[in-house]
Design a protein around this ligand. Structure first.
Ligand code: ADP
Length: 246
């Protein structure tokens, strides 16, 4: 398998408590991979380890052929492994377009700077408009971000993540707290942004997982309980007992 992301024996202890324990995970390039499990299973800790927000207690992480175990979050992001909501700041009083411009400026030039002239910012317009089109917000470019529905705000956050030109995106519960209509929109959006990229997502809504993910990994108590296609994993009696049946 051509794995873009691979962990070996990844573990994280907090004061002796194993939040993530000996996790070996391989995410196939170009796939949408779901990470599921009950609350406290270690999903968030895994994401924090993968994006280098937390150092592992042991184990290794390889991304796109490189050992990233000891890299800093910004280095990993530059290599193309980006967590959505990493730039979670959607500036409420900037327009939707301005939000994406700021993200592009930040992605390409390091820190952003509100004092730069409009002329400089306008250079990012073409790409910003492309990204808004990609996430279905082309018609909202001039609206203040604060006026977007919750679902569309998540779409805007994804656009600001795409500004970093990721080859792999980690999505942390993209449909959390959404109305059914927004869920459908986000599912379509994830499918669109996954084209040509790899996606690893934590998601509680199993219908969403079933509809989107090629492969799922089930975590319980910090350990991998099962891995495979949804249809197969969802029939695994251990998984049913630990999670799906609960
Ligand atoms: P999930 O995202 O699957 O709900 P988490 O990764 O948030 O699970 O948590 C896994 C376990 O690790 C939980 O028991 C949680 O209480 C514990 N944990 C997470 N972060 C910390 C921390 N910073 N300090 C101590 N314990 C933590």
């Amino acid at each position: 398998m051509d794995a873009i992301l691979e962990t070996r024996g990844l573990s994280k202890q907090f004061l002796g408590f194993s939040a993530v324990s000996d996790v070996s995970l391989a995410v196939r390039r170009g796939s949408i991979h779901g990470l599921i499990g009950p609350n406290g299973a270690g999903k968030t800790t895994c994401f924090n380890l993968l994006t280098k927000f937390l150092p592992p207690s042991s184990g290794t992480i390889r991304f796109d052929g490189r050992d990233i175990t000891r890299m800093k979050p910004a280095e990993v992001a530059r290599l193309g492994l980006v967590r959505s909501f990493q730039i979670s700041a959607v500036f409420p009083h900037l327009s939707v377009l301005e939000n994406v411009r700021v993200a592009l400026q930040r992605a390409r030039g390091g820190s952003y700077d509100f004092w730069r002239s409009d002329a400089v910012l306008r250079r990012y317009d073409a790409r910003a408009r492309e990204l808004l089109h990609e996430v279905g917000l082309a018609g909202f470019a001039d609206q203040p971000a604060v006026e977007l529905s919750y679902g569309r705000k998540r779409a805007l956050e994804i656009a600001t993540t795409l500004a970093l030109e990721p080859t792999m995106m980690l999505l942390d519960e993209p449909t959390a707290g959404m109305t059914a209509e927004d869920v459908d929109r986000i599912v379509a959006l994830v499918r669109r942004v996954a084209a040509g990229r790899t996606v690893l997502m934590v998601e509680h809504n199993l219908k969403v997982v079933e509809g989107l993910c090629d492969t799922i990994t089930v975590l319980t108590r910090g350990k991998v309980l099962a891995e495979g296609p949804y249809a197969e994993v969802s029939r695994n009696p251990e998984v049913v007992a630990a999670y799906l049946g609960s």
